[in-house]
Design a protein. Structure first.
Length: 462
């Protein structure tokens, strides 16, 4: 019986060993399968990331594709520029010890905002789309940028001037002046002069702490020229005043060709190593900038260098009833300047009779601008309501005035921006849904540590 019992146990032990072996084999094969799957996924990820996705378009402009690879290179380059600015400000902050540095913290916060993928992706792709639009327009117009122009631009960026360093010379600059009639001189004693500046900038809504319905800035200069003249306004005159600008004159440079080449090679190598943005990428970026300047010049060639402007003054009050009271007192013979000091809520000019200087129709909020431009010289408006309150306006001048160089450049840039928007609709633009997901987040910023930040400041650093 004992032998029969032992004989019966032996097969059972063999069955258990076999089951264990089969289980171990299953576990082994399963592990190998999982590892193989992970490896396969990793390989697929590498292939997609490095070979498939870079070749796919991230945006299509007309019949031109912007590849993911070019887009990601540009993002990394732009991030590197911002990170460099960030680090420079951090170093400055460290020198200050972190105190009394609200402005620096604001700059750091602005850079952090720009580095966010949702913001960076739109900034870069919109810029690249505009580059394609410009390229298409340049091709139609026969506009080109030569390799020599790119080389010259690169040399300028590195302050290398093989023909000598340009030195400032006095060259004439035209400044607009007006000849005022006896009527205008009788209306106001304070005539805008060359030291009073106001740059037209459109303002759609009221800002805190401002009452004047225009933005601050620069005004075209005027000087009185005729105190005994007739009641008709004389034409605008031009005055030539020398101002320092860069001229062809050159002085010898101690910056050698060898040193220049060494510098640019160092920079190109740094870009290549850090953000995979090589010399050809950098030169293409410079070429795009130069091409944009040429196309802008061509597209805006017919932009007028003169514009209609009005010189006006106003008294700003809180409600219509007070505005009507001001109008009644003016009609009764009260002095405008005294009323402005007494009643106007525009602290920026009430002590100057509410003088707003010369401005174009886009400078002021719409109801104010429409009323001012509809007035004859010397005419006083009915009460005009704007986001700032109620205005009584008097027109002191109305003429076509020559734009300053800065004003003309601003007008051309505005015109060109509008043209780009229109061309987007004409050409057709498609941005892929994968844009933000394929936006690199490197290089990144390094936390600056525990510095004393201004009250209410957003913490700086990730």
């Amino acid at each position: 019986m004992a032998r029969d019992s032992k004989s019966a146990e032996r097969p059972r032990r063999l069955d258990r060993v076999q089951r264990e072996q089969r289980w171990n084999q299953a576990v082994l094969y399963g592990t190998i399968g999982v590892v193989g799957l992970v490896v396969a996924l990793l390989i697929i990820g590498v292939v997609l990331t490095n070979f498939v996705w870079p070749a796919q378009p991230i945006a299509i402009v007309g019949d031109t594709e912007i590849s993911t690879d070019d887009y990601q290179k540009r993002v990394r380059y732009e991030r590197q520029q911002l990170v460099g600015q960030y680090n420079q400000n951090v170093e400055f902050l460290q020198l200050l010890g972190g105190s009394n540095s609200e402005q620096i913290f604001n700059i750091l916060q602005q850079i952090e905002f720009q580095l966010q993928p949702s913001i960076m992706s739109q900034t870069v792709i919109q810029g690249m789309i505009e580059e394609v639009i410009v390229e298409k327009e340049a091709a139609e117009r026969g506009i080109e940028v030569t390799d020599q122009e790119v080389d010259d631009f690169l040399q300028t960026l590195f302050n290398y001037y093989p023909d000598g360093t340009p030195t400032p010379e006095n060259t004439p600059t035209v400044i607009v002046t007006s000849t005022y009639s006896a009527q205008q001189l009788g209306l106001v004693t304070a005539i805008p002069t060359a030291t009073e500046f106001l740059t037209p900038t459109a303002l759609a809504t009221a800002d805190e702490g401002e009452a004047t319905p225009e933005a601050e800035g620069e005004e075209a200069a005027e000087t009185p020229a005729d105190e005994s003249g007739e009641n008709e306004e004389e034409p605008v005159e031009e005055e030539t005043i020398p101002t320092p600008t860069l001229a062809p004159s050159a002085t010898p440079t101690v910056y050698s060709l060898e040193a220049y080449q060494e510098n640019i090679n160092t920079v190109f190598s740094s870009y290549e190593d850090q953000v995979d943005f090589g010399e050809s990428d950098f030169r293409n970026l410079l070429r795009a900038q130069l091409l944009r300047e040429k196309v802008l010049e061509a597209v805006t060639a017919e932009v007028e260098a003169v514009e209609e402007q009005v010189w006006a003054r106003h008294i700003l009050v809180e409600d219509e009833a007070t505005a009507l009271e001001v109008l009644e007192r003016l009609e009764a013979g009260d002095d405008w300047n005294e009323l402005a000091v007494e009643l106007s809520q525009d602290e920026s000019n009430k002590n100057d009779g509410g003088n707003l200087g010369w401005f174009n129709i886009d400078t002021m909020v719409e109801p104010f601008a429409e009323a001012a431009f509809a007035l004859e010289i010397g005419e006083i408006s009915e009460p005009v309501e704007s986001a700032f309150g109620w205005h009584i306006i008097q027109a002191l001048g109305h003429e076509d005035r020559k734009l300053t160089d800065a004003e003309l450049a601003q007008r051309r840039n505005t015109e060109f921006s509008q043209w780009l928007i229109e061309q987007r609709d004409v050409i057709g633009v498609e941005i892929m849904d994968t844009l933000e997901a394929r936006t690199p987040d490197e290089p990144g910023i390094v936390p600056i540590g525990n510095f004393q930040q201004p009250p209410g400041a957003v913490p700086v650093g990730p």
